[in-house]
Design a protein around this ligand. Structure first.
Ligand SMILES: *[C@@H]1O[C@H](CO)[C@@H](O)[C@H](O)[C@H]1NC(C)=O
Ligand SMILES: *[C@@H]1O[C@H](CO)[C@@H](O)[C@H](O)[C@H]1NC(C)=O
Ligand SMILES: *[C@@H]1O[C@H](CO)[C@@H](O)[C@H](O)[C@H]1NC(C)=O
Ligand SMILES: *[C@@H]1O[C@H](CO)[C@@H](O)[C@H](O)[C@H]1NC(C)=O
Ligand SMILES: *[C@@H]1O[C@H](CO)[C@@H](O)[C@H](O)[C@H]1NC(C)=O
Ligand SMILES: *[C@@H]1O[C@H](CO)[C@@H](O)[C@H](O)[C@H]1NC(C)=O
Length: 233
């Protein structure tokens, strides 16, 4: 009987986890993040974004600039222990710059960090991940223009391949938006580093160029200029 109860609890938890993932996926399609940012999305883990002054638990939270002005803590939620042992690349992009109606400089890369992994003992199924090394692209807080509708800030988590490096990536045979690959010889390398342009970025082509797997998780929030922003969950 006890075992049955335990199993029932476990199955209920798994079912709840899957329905959460389904709602995250649906939120990405509803908000047109697919296809604006990703060709498709089928997350296998959840990611929460915890700012000092607010959290993004469910996708679509409306946060003020004030609430998002500090580098957040990223928190993974997964029912698979193995997910907690991996390294991740986490990024945040804005596909709505300067304006949702005119995203001519999008995507803007607000953050790109590699080597994020579980730090110490995790909470049950829910674990903060921290970076073991400095960011590739340092955190830049949301700062939409005063006269803009709120922008979507899309946080994506990719599984990091074991040999992942951005030093001398072999260029792929397609053009990478926002990065200037030298494509002529195999010894030529694509240079991508902290000084690379934040604008005109394309996370999908970047991810496939550097061999990232996923995104395995994601979330997003909306931030407008503080005069007009709504605070809520
Ligand atoms: C940000 O919000 C806090 C309250 O959460 C407030 O005390 C502070 O003055 C605000 N800062 C700015 C710059 O608006
Ligand atoms: C982790 O990233 C933060 C934010 O970019 C940075 O300030 C910090 O130095 C990084 N930690 C390490 C150990 O490099
Ligand atoms: C990840 O960490 C390793 C050291 O453990 C470092 O050599 C590598 O440059 C880091 N990768 C990135 C993309 O920062
Ligand atoms: C690469 O090759 C093309 C022609 O195939 C040439 O036009 C271009 O100048 C070359 N670029 C470099 C950087 O050598
Ligand atoms: C970044 O890459 C560019 C080439 O795209 C290179 O000229 C520059 O020295 C690199 N900067 C650093 C800090 O590695
Ligand atoms: C990003 O690049 C992919 C090809 O890798 C392309 O299909 C897609 O349209 C690009 N997205 C944007 C917003 O330009």
């Amino acid at each position: 009987m006890q075992l049955f109860n335990l199993l029932a609890t476990f199955c209920t938890a798994l079912f709840a986890a899957q329905s959460q993932l389904d709602s995250v996926r649906d939120a990405f399609y509803d908000a047109k993040i697919v296809p604006d940012v990703l060709p498709s999305f089928d997350p296998t883990l959840e990611i929460y974004v915890e700012f000092l002054k607010a959290s993004v638990i469910k996708p679509g939270a409306e946060l003020s600039m004030n609430q998002t002005d500090t580098f957040p803590q990223f928190v993974l939620k997964s029912s698979r222990q193995t997910d907690m042992l991996k390294k991740y690349v986490v990024t945040m992009v804005d596909p709505d710059a300067y304006y949702p109606s005119d995203p001519s400089v999008s995507q803007v890369r607000h953050y790109l960090g590699a080597n994020l992994t579980v730090d110490g003992v995790g909470r049950f199924w829910t674990t903060p991940i921290t970076n073991l090394t400095g960011p590739v692209t340092d955190w830049m807080p949301p700062s939409p223009p005063d006269d803009s509708d709120p922008h979507r800030y899309v946080v994506l988590v990719y599984q990091q391949p074991p040999d992942f490096t951005l030093d001398g990536i072999k260029p792929p045979d397609f053009t990478l938006d926002g990065i200037k690959p030298h494509l002529n010889s195999t010894s030529d390398r694509m240079h991508f580093n902290a000084t690379s342009d934040r604008m005109h970025f394309n996370i999908s082509s970047f991810a496939s160029a550097v061999g990232l797997r996923g995104p395995v998780g994601g979330t997003y929030f909306l931030t407008g200029a503080d005069s007009g922003a709504v605070v809520g969950r």
